[in-house]
Structures are given as structure tokens and as C-alpha cells.
Design a binder for this molecule. Structure first.
Ligand code: HEM
Ligand code: 2DC
Length: 435
């Protein structure tokens, strides 16, 4: 897309398979698009995901619902997942998981006998991410940061990766056709979703049973699922569908972003030291109170934005226009699929001077940031897991920076690959060295 924007300018039309879209790159055009989106925004709905649910007769969650059905579910979910009051309650749950990661990392350092831990952290971070999202969803620990990992949970992680991986080749071929041919790709995709749904269902049933048997203590925070069930405002099937989506959506997204963040910090030791100084000062100031600390960590938050600028999870954001929209000198008719080239925008020198430089500071400097930080999307249809993801990543990086120096072999250049979400095109080796 970056190449096509260079060739054709900031607005171009393309047809991939049966889908036509208008692609845009400038923050101004993104602003115009999102400001016209109305109360029921719709994005491109990934055909194999829809096809699976129709094939197995599974209900849609917020990810795939449309119109008023989407809106009513989404508004209920927002209260338990996104609202500032509840989000603060996630801090102890997510810190606990972060502490376990640090403990595990120290144990690995000990085992190595070399005062450091060097590895490709992909799988460690997948487990960290699933443990984190499940702790807030279910109020329970899975134990994924211990030496013995439940094979069922590992199967869930592998299923999510396989689900993404088998989606991208099917994006532009009608899934009905693949289903008809019973292609291997479709079979693997079905198997992956089957594993995702059955594992999520087990977790949900556990919580439901504990709730019925009054085994849940009402003193502590009981988790998003429990609160949704007790509110009793959404049918259980709808709750289940969206909780399943959140459990699956919480694995590869935050873990890959954290991996990129650590990679960038390892390559910019100066920035890493600045962040560490900020974290340690905040820790002294707040006497270790994580909620207080989070309120002051401006550079750390900017570092996460900067990571998502260079390494967004979603290659584009998409919306169907509902009314005519004028972008520069183009008239876009209603019902047009418009894609904001998020990856291309993040690397456009007209939008971000010296785009190749990892510089969290750019988010704190004066100047317009209007519609530039779009890693989680925008508006009422933005990422439902945004606050969970942000907190989880802030707390993780905070705890890592307090305990370890992050290092990497400088020479290795790592590119980006499209695997439905964007991921590194080769393994990233990182070293954690106790301070
Ligand atoms: C939607 C990014 C983590 C669940 C989205 C969208 C983006 C995104 C770009 C589309 C938004 C739009 O169209 O405006 C990310 C990034 C993450 C992340 C960058 C982490 C670094 C998570 C997590 C969860 C999650 C942890 C689950 C707790 C969802 C769901 C939707 C969504 C359910 C669909 C919402 C709807 O259609 O109403 N995410 N996400 N995401 N995300 Fe995330
Ligand atoms: C993929 O052309 C490329 O957050 C397509 O947590 C356009 C497109 C549409 C929707 C995007 C998708 C892309 C990438 C993955 C996203 C998805 C919306 C939500 C999803 C960005 C850019 C994701 C990863 C969710 C996934 C939840 C799921 C596992 C239940």
C-alpha cells in the first residue's frame, strides 16, 4: 500500500478479488471519514470468520454484528470493559500477571547460569497475554506462567495463531467456494475456530458454575464475564459470543505489540534509559501504587503509541460510508468501502518526519496529532479491548523496565509480514539482563 500511495497519490481505488475499496493515507481524510460515520459504523467483515459461524450455526459477537444488534451489545459491553471506573479495577489483576512474568524471567536467568535470558519471546508473550486477558475476563488464573502449562490452554493459543494464518489466503476468495471444494485451508480454519470456541466455552462454563454455586466471593473483582451475567441485560448466548471473541482477540495482538516494543527499546538504549528513569521516579513518587504511577507515565504511554505507529496490528482501518463523503477532490458515494492505510500512514514522511526513527517523544512535542494515533481504530466501533490492552502493555513494560535491561543483536533487520494481523517476518531474539 505504501508503494501504491507513492505511485497513485493519497487516494486510490483498487479491486482485490470481489472487493472494491477506496484507500486513503492522510490523517485529514481519515478525520473526514470517521466524522461522517454516524452511530452504527461498519467495517469490512472478514468473510471466513462469518462463514465459519454460519457453517456451525454459532452466534455473532460484537466483532461481526451489524446495526442495532451490534449497538445494543456493544453499549452493554462498554460499561464492563472500557469505562474508566471498571478499568481501574483491572490494574491489580494485570499487575499480578506481570509480576509472575518477572519472576519467571528471573528463574530463567538463574537457570542459564549466564546472568541473562536470551530467547525468541513469542510463545512466552502469547502465554502472558492469554493469562492476562483471562484474569480480567474470568477473574481466575490459568497458570500459564508456571513451568507446567495446561495443554488445553496451549491448544487455544495455537488455534488462534492458526485461525489468523488460515484467514489471510481466504480473504479474497469467496469462502462458500472453498467450503464447496472442502479445501485444506478451510478445514484448518474450521478446526481452529472449533478449538477456540470449545476452550472458551469451558472457561465460561467454569465461571457460570462457580457463580451458581456461590463459590465466587463478591468482595474482590469477579471478572468481566461474572459482571455481565449478573447484570442480566444481555442474553447469555450474546455474552458468550463476545467473551469468546475477547479471549481470542487478546492473545496475538498485545503479545506482538509488546515484542515489537521491547525490540525497539533494545535498539534505542537511550530511549530505554529515559523510560526507565520515568518509571523509577514514578515508583518513588507513588510509593509503588500502580494506579498512581500510571497517571504520570507520559513517555511510557507515548512509547506504546510509537510502537503501534511503526508496527500496527491492523494493516488498515475500514468503514463503509453511509452518506456521500468528499475527500480532497474526490466524491465518495454512499456504501463505499474506504480503507485507511494505517501501516502506510505510520511510515509516511509527510505525516511523521523521519518515520524510520523510533521516537516516543514525537507524541509529546507540540504540533497536531489529529487522527494520527489510530492503532486501536476510532469512535464507537474502535477496539473493545483497548483499555485492557493498554493497561496490560503499560504494566508489563513498567515491570520489565524496573527489573531488566532489554538488549538485542543490533545487526538483524526485521521486516513485517501480513498474516491477517501484521507480525515480524523473522524471529526476534531478545535478552533480558537483571539490572
Ligand atoms: C477491534 C486493534 C487488542 C478485542 C479492533 C480494531 C483494531 C484493533 C484496529 C478495529 C477498530 C475499528 O474498526 O475502528 C487492537 C490492537 C490491540 C488489540 C492494536 C493490542 C495491541 C485487543 C484485545 C481484545 C480486542 C486485548 C480483547 C479483549 C477487539 C474486538 C474488536 C476489536 C472485540 C471488535 C469491536 C467491535 O466491532 O465492536 N482492535 N486490538 N482487541 N478488538 Fe482489538
Ligand atoms: C485484516 O483486509 C485485513 O483486532 C483486511 O482482536 C481488513 C481487516 C479487517 C478487520 C481487521 C483485520 C483486517 C485485522 C485484525 C483485526 C480486524 C478487526 C479486529 C481484528 C484488527 C485489517 C483484531 C485482531 C481482533 C480479533 C478478534 C478475533 C480473534 C475474535
Amino acid at each position: 500500500m505504501a508503494r501504491k500511495f507513492q505511485q497513485f497519490g493519497p487516494i486510490y481505488r483498487e479491486k482485490l478479488g470481489v472487493y472494491e475499496s477506496v484507500n486513503i493515507i492522510s490523517p485529514q481524510d481519515a478525520a473526514t471519514l470517521f466524522q461522517a460515520e454516524g452511530t452504527l459504523p461498519e467495517r469490512f467483515s472478514v468473510p471466513p470468520w462469518v462463514a465459519y459461524r454460519d457453517y456451525r450455526n454459532k452466534p455473532y459477537g460484537v466483532l461481526l454484528k451489524k446495526g442495532e444488534a451490534w449497538r445494543s451489545d456493544r453499549l452493554m459491553l462498554n460499561k464492563e470493559v472500557l469505562s474508566p471506573q471498571v478499568v481501574e479495577g483491572f490494574v491489580p489483576l494485570l499487575s499480578e500477571v506481570g509480576e509472575d512474568f518477572v519472576r519467571r524471567a528471573r528463574a530463567q536467568v538463574g537457570k542459564s547460569g549466564r546472568e541473562r535470558w536470551t530467547a525468541d519471546f513469542t510463545h512466552e508473550l502469547f502465554r502472558f497475554a492469554l493469562e492476562s486477558v483471562c484474569h480480567v475476563l474470568y477473574g481466575e488464573r490459568l497458570g500459564l506462567l508456571q513451568d507446567f502449562v495446561d495443554p488445553e490452554s496451549q491448544r487455544f493459543i495455537d488455534a488462534v495463531t492458526l485461525m489468523f494464518h488460515t484467514t489471510s489466503p481466504m480473504l479474497y476468495v469467496p469462502p462458500a467456494l472453498l467450503r464447496h471444494l472442502n479445501a485444506k485451508m478451510w478445514q484448518d480454519h474450521v478446526q481452529a475456530w472449533d478449538d477456540i470456541f470449545s476452550q472458551a466455552d469451558k472457561c465460561i462454563q467454569n465461571v457460570y458454575r462457580d457463580l451458581r454455586l456461590q463459590r465466587k466471593s463478591t468482595k474482590e473483582y469477579m471478572g468481566i464475564l461474572c459482571n455481565l451475567i449478573m447484570q442480566d441485560k444481555l442474553p447469555l448466548d450474546d455474552i458468550k459470543a463476545s467473551v469468546t471473541e475477547m479471549m481470542a482477540g487478546g492473545v496475538d495482538t498485545t503479545s506482538m505489540t509488546l515484542q515489537w516494543a521491547m525490540f525497539e527499546l533494545a535498539r534505542s538504549p537511550g530511549v530505554q534509559e529515559q523510560l526507565r528513569a520515568e518509571v523509577l521516579a514514578a515508583k518513588r513518587e507513588a510509593a509503588g501504587d500502580r494506579v498512581k504511577m500510571l497517571k504520570t507515565l507520559r513517555l511510557l504511554k507515548a512509547a506504546i503509541k510509537e510502537t503501534l505507529r511503526l508496527h500496527p496490528v491492523a494493516v488498515t482501518l475500514q468503514r463503509y460510508t453511509t452518506q456521500e463523503v468528499i475527500l480532497q477532490d474526490y466524491r465518495i458515494p454512499p456504501k463505499t468501502l474506504v480503507q485507511v492505510g494505517l501501516y502506510a500512514m505510520g511510515r509516511d514522511p509527510e505525516v511523521f518526519p523521519k518515520p524510520e526513527q523510533f521516537s516516543p517523544q514525537r507524541w509529546l512535542a507540540a504540533g497536531p496529532k489529529h487522527f494520527k494515533g489510530l492503532g486501536f481504530g476510532f469512535g464507537p466501533r474502535q477496539c473493545l479491548g483497548r483499555r485492557i490492552a493498554e493497561l496490560e502493555m503499560q504494566l508489563f513494560l513498567m515491570q520489565i523496565l524496573e527489573n531488566f535491561k532489554i538488549e538485542t543483536m543490533r545487526a538483524v533487520e526485521v521486516g513485517t509480514k501480513f498474516d491477517l494481523i501484521l507480525i515480524p517476518d523473522k524471529p526476534i531474539y531478545l535478552t533480558l539482563r537483571p539490572l
